[in-house]
Design a protein around this ligand. Structure first.
Ligand code: FAD
Length: 697
């Protein structure tokens, strides 16, 4: 029922300036419905429509006696988690009555009426190229208007606010949303309390968040005139209540891992982010080495209302592997109870989120489908576990792990140990089933984020293959640096690999984690996966005659397979198709050259102005990457740009996308005769006008 924010991993995509941004919003509203409607029509656990929600948050705060509100602008759930964590501390440590709120659920035109003795927190993620998250778009528009229409005033003189931004330094517009909001609030006369915090997801988000809080809470206390003595220094207060329902009620009503709302009887089902479609898939191996393999998957959406456009993303909802489900259940002493249904709901009846996931659900389905139990454990989670350690010795170990940043980094963060693994590590040679049965289940629900879908750039052309959506996914397994003896398995790609191996009876002699492939109530039997489609702005120019320069090493080539196939189909129909250059890179032409057999025919169709330029990094003494090949072909690329050409870059956000950007800056200097500063502006302008598009992750 209740996956009630559109929480999507969508870091890598594309802001084409304001126009595209508005377009995105309109598209999003078409697909997902308007936000107001959404806020008012959220379904409760039984699938019935909730009563209309009050949109004036100031009124809600006053009615409920709240002094502080924590708004979050969240795309993947992290900002939301952070807001909840802050709210908990606010309530428990300082005894201040507060609430958290999805920023789209309330109307922020009432910001001007927030009483002076209240505080408003903004925990805001930036995504793509400096854009607000989907749920923050309405507020962003309101705030950035030249003369914002607040409910009574044009300014925010009464408002006292606290700001923390979540961003990623890999992207050019680091934390732009928090920065711009902060600047705008100041212009409008609002008063910031404490320093603006900024977290870098590329390096140290959690540490940045914790460090910011060290300075923030004292200022917070000053601002509200409170201190730690306000708190009832008792045990932790739970956020969720957990009630076991064994032997009660109808098992048919229990969620066993179904995602999204139960459809109303007779209603036409619309498959989207809130209710994914269980799609049959077929797959083949694109390459298969001992250390990694890559799958080409075709997702059949012909029996659904799902459609896509070339360049869109498809979301796949993974299942956690059984080894980790068993591990966590065992150490928590829940192995015998895995099929017991439990009702989990927010204790605060006015909470904006009443249920953390569809409920009632069994412990098994919660571990298997709803919680991200494979993610590395946060330091904050370790801190909250201290008081529940079963022995003095383990209490001390947990305290040490959560306090000592380096120890945490080496044993948990960089070692990528999930909660089950950390608890085993802490228990040491005492580890046995139920050793940590002292930990209440509500703390587990509170500490572990919800399992999120993974996004993939669609690698087919909608023109050629409208109902079979292709995915090109490389399986992620790695040995973390501090513990090279352990192998960590990417959640979604190993789930996909097992689906592939089972359907194609692959026996490669290697050991992998096992998965429940049949799904809840066998809903995924016959090799199906839950999917939904996400519109992107990563689109070929409308006019096929426009030259296109694509740079996509590794799986970054995925959307370009769709692009090249689309242009070849247009050419075959007799349309004039402009030059099409594809820069592709991989390790070795024999091992991981994706779709090697397809390209020659496609480029032959496209004609002599079009070609593929390859970089095989491990075939020469000096490593050659796509950006080197781009540089070598600089003159030709520059000429295509002068003919209105469009650049597309897809794949690794960290290094490749940055280097490619710099290569284009170099072209503007070398061939355009611009100064370095002007060259940067030139590339920026290309981006703003939609002629330099990125789909990076
Ligand atoms: P997870 O369990 O989610 O693990 C991934 C995590 O592991 C990451 O947080 C990463 O930081 C961490 N990690 C990885 N290696 C290490 C290491 N050595 N040490 C420590 N930590 C490590 N992928 C494709 O294969 N093809 C695509 O076409 C594609 N398109 C995408 C498009 C978009 C818009 C986005 C956002 C992502 C795309 N991805 C694509 C990536 C994809 O969504 C998944 O992230 C990827 O498949 C891994 O998912 P997983 O569940 O297997 O791994």
């Amino acid at each position: 029922a209740l996956l009630d924010t559109l929480d999507m991993v969508f870091l890598g995509t594309i802001g084409l300036g304001t126009i595209a941004w508005f377009a995105r919003r309109q598209i999003a509203e078409k697909i997902f419905g308007s936000k107001e409607q959404d806020a008012n029509e959220k379904l409760n656990g039984n699938g019935t429509t909730a009563p209309k929600r009050e949109r004036n948050f100031v009124k809600v705060m006053q009615e409920q006696g709240r002094k502080v509100i924590f708004f979050y602008g969240s795309q993947t759930g992290t900002a939301e988690d952070y807001a909840s964590r802050l709210a908990k501390e606010c309530q428990q440590k300082y005894g201040v009555n507060c609430m958290t709120a999805d920023i789209e659920v309330y109307d922020l035109q009432y910001l001007d009426t927030v009483p002076e003795d209240c505080l408003v927190f903004f925990i805001m993620a930036t995504y793509g190229e400096g854009e607000p998250t989907d749920n923050a778009v309405d507020f962003w528009e309101l705030l950035m208007e030249e003369e914002p229409q607040f409910s009574e005033n044009e300014e925010l003189k009464n408002l006292r606010y606290v700001m923390f931004g979540l961003g990623n330094k890999t992207y050019e517009h680091y934390n732009e949303v928090a920065r711009k909001m902060d600047q705008r609030f100041t212009q409008l006369g609002a008063q910031r309390i404490g320093e603006r915090g900024e977290g870098d997801d590329d390096a140290s988000l959690e540490e940045d968040f914790l460090a910011w809080q060290d300075n923030m809470w004292p200022v917070f206390c000053d601002a509200l005139g409170v201190d730690e003595t306000n708190t009832s220094n008792g045990p932790r207060q739970a956020t969720f209540s957990v009630e076991e329902l064994e032997g009660q009620g109808d098992m048919d009503q229990v969620y066993l891992g179904e995602i999204g709302e139960k459809p109303k009887e007779g209603a036409r089902i619309i498959y989207d982010a809130k209710r994914p479609y269980n799609a049959p898939i077929t797959s083949r191996d694109l390459f298969h080495n001992t250390d990694r393999h890559c799958l080409h998957i075709e997702v059949d959406v012909s029996d659904s209302n799902l459609t896509y456009q070339t360049g869109d993303h498809i979301a796949i909802w993974p299942t956690n592997n059984e080894d980790e489900v068993t591990r966590l259940a065992s150490i928590l002493g829940l192995s015998d109870k895995l099929d017991v249904p439990v009702m989990v709901k927010a204790i605060d009846s006015t909470a904006s989120k009443k249920y953390p996931f569809p409920v009632p659900a069994t412990y098994r389905s919660i571990f298997r489908h709803y919680l991200d139990i494979c993610a590395p454990t946060s330091r904050q989670t370790l801190m909250s576990l201290v008081e529940y350690a079963p022995t003095e010795e383990t209490k001390e170990v947990l305290r040490q792990l959560s306090k000592d940043k380096d120890e945490y980094r080496l044993k948990v963060g960089e070692a990528v140990r999930n909660l089950g693994e950390v608890l085993e590590l802490v228990a040491g040679n005492q580890a046995k089933p139920g050793f940590f049965n002292t930990v209440p289940f509500d703390l587990i629900v509170e500490s572990i984020s919800r399992l999120q879908p993974r996004y993939y750039s669609i690698s087919s052309s909608a023109k050629e293959s409208p109902k079979k959506v292709a995915v090109t996914a490389v399986t992620l397994t790695y040995q973390p640096d501090p513990t090279p003896e352990r192998t960590v398995y990417g959640v979604c790609t190993n789930y996909l690999w097992q689906l592939h191996a089972a359907a194609n009876k692959v026996e490669d002699g290697q050991t992998y984690p096992t998965y429940d492939l049949a799904g809840p109530r066998n809903a995924l039997q016959g090799t199906k996966v839950p999917v939904h489609i996400r519109r992107s702005q990563f689109k070929l120019p409308r006019n096929p005659n426009v030259p296109v320069i694509m740079v996509g090493p590794g799986t970054g080539v995925a959307p370009f397979r769709g692009f090249v196939r689309e242009r070849a189909a247009q050419k075959a129909e007799g349309k004039p198709v402009g030059p099409t250059l594809l820069f592709f890179g991989c390790r070795n032409s024999e091992q991981d050259y994706l779709y090697k057999e397809e390209w020659p025919g496609l480029f032959e169709t496209l004609g002599e102005e079009s070609r593929m330029i390859t970089a095989f990094s491990r075939e020469t003494d000096k490593k050659v990457y796509v950006q080197h090949r781009l540089q070598e072909n600089g003159k030709e690329v520059w000429e295509l740009l002068q003919k209105n050409g469009t650049i597309f870059v897809c794949g690794d956000a960290k290094n490749m996308a940055r280097d490619v950007n710099q290569t284009f800056v170099n072209f503007a200097i070398e061939f355009g005769g611009l100064t370095e500063e002007k060259a940067h502006d030139y590339v920026k302008n290309l981006r703003n006008s939609g002629r330099y598009q990125e789909d990076v992750w």
